[in-house]
Design a protein around this ligand. Structure first.
Ligand SMILES: [Zn+2]
Ligand SMILES: [Zn+2]
Length: 247
């Protein structure tokens, strides 16, 4: 049965942000803030956190495989140019709701739980350590409309959770205001983001940097790949990707 989305929670939580209680965006239950507070622990336990063997390029779990370096069928279909990829959880309905609240309702407070998310994601801290986080940019017109870039929020949340071993650099711009990828199939997605990105002229990246592209969700990898292509063409050798969800 489809869970009823509690549309009011992001709005109420934004108002309650300064007091000691809020509502879990998944179950609607009251949560008392204790440091890890926005999503209740019971609901966090039910998210499909990635554990064990996973695809090297997108991070999706691969059951029954116990050797390294393997890629899933989806990634084998793409000509992905980045070296590695990780995601924190597989997108099922609850995770989809969380991402939706962040992206479309501006519920940035959900990302304050990031330290506990990182701990729940086996090896994720080590994966991010020492990298330069580069958020996937929005076109300035879309940014103007939405008021924020969720990928930038996620990159900042990673940085806060990781500490000074990582930094965030806005090295890319989106020069084509491409339509949303949501309704597009694999090939349309690829065509849609072709040449959509460019390097910021004064970007502060160093050629030896280990670059970590950050986005909210990995679907086919087309957007992240278009970003990786720009970086690789400009001589950056080490490019990986990190997302919250996969699906
Ligand atoms: Zn809950
Ligand atoms: Zn994959």
């Amino acid at each position: 049965m489809k869970e009823k989305r509690k549309w009011w929670i992001p709005f109420v939580n934004r108002t309650l942000d300064f007091v000691l209680t809020s509502f879990c965006p998944i179950c609607g239950g009251q949560v008392f803030k204790d440091g890890y507070s926005y999503v209740c622990q019971d609901c966090l336990d039910t998210l499909a956190w990635v554990r064990g063997t996973r695809c090297k390029l997108c991070g999706i779990p691969m059951a029954g495989m116990d050797f390294q370096g393997l890629t899933c069928a989806g990634c084998r279909d793409e000509n992905l140019l980045f070296d590695r990829g990780r995601c924190m959880f597989v997108m099922e309905e609850r995770a989809r709701g969380l991402i939706h609240d962040i992206k479309y309702h501006g519920a940035r407070m959900i990302l304050r739980d990031m330290p506990s998310w990182v701990e729940r994601s086996e090896g994720f801290r080590e994966y991010l350590e020492g990298t330069v986080l580069v958020p996937v940019p929005l076109h300035r017109r879309r940014l103007g409309k939405r008021g924020f870039n969720q990928s930038e929020w996620i990159a900042q949340a990673f940085r806060k959770a990781l500490g000074p071993s990582v930094e965030v650099i806005h090295a890319l711009i989106r020069r084509k205001n491409t339509p949303s990828q949501t309704e597009l199939d694999r090939n349309q997605r690829k065509a849609n983001v072709k040449n959509a990105f460019a390097l910021v002229r004064k970007n502060h990246l160093r050629k030896k940097d280990r670059i970590m592209l950050v986005d909210d969700v990995f679907t086919t990898g087309a957007t992240l790949n278009a970003c990786a292509e720009v970086l690789k063409e400009n001589g950056f050798q080490q490019v990986s990707v990190a997302t919250l969800g996969h699906g």
